[in-house]
Design a protein. Structure first.
Length: 117
């Protein structure tokens, strides 16, 4: 099983980006996918949770992104999304996808998001 992220890049402050995380490989059941989440790690800082969505669709967000970021998932495509609006310079980081799949936990390779002020 692999998690492949896409959608990162360079954007000006106030702009938007949409990240995608697609799970691929030997996923035999639609019910195999558990919670999916997005983390980020800025230079010199610890990795932190940004947003997550459960199998049932319950979401939670870091206080710093509430009202600006939206996490969602498409069960049929085994894909999670992170819509990021009103981006700030402090959102600059490598963003990682994380997912629980069939009782195992997986990480994506990370995608760089850079917000210029």
């Amino acid at each position: 099983v692999q998690l492949v992220e896409s959608g990162g890049g360079l954007v000006q402050a106030g702009g938007s980006l949409r990240l995608s995380c697609a799970a691929s490989g030997s996923i035999f059941s639609i019910n195999a996918m558990g919670a999916m989440g997005w983390y980020r790690q800025a230079a010199g800082k610890q990795r932190e949770l940004v947003a997550a969505v459960t199998r049932g669709g319950t979401t939670n967000y870091a206080d710093s992104v509430k009202g600006r970021f939206t996490v969602s998932r498409d069960k049929a495509k085994n894909t999670a999304y992170l819509q990021m609006n009103s981006l700030k310079a402090e959102d600059t980081a490598v963003y990682y996808c994380n997912a629980d799949i069939e009782s195992n936990n997986y990480w994506g390779q990370g995608t760089q998001v850079t917000v210029s002020s």
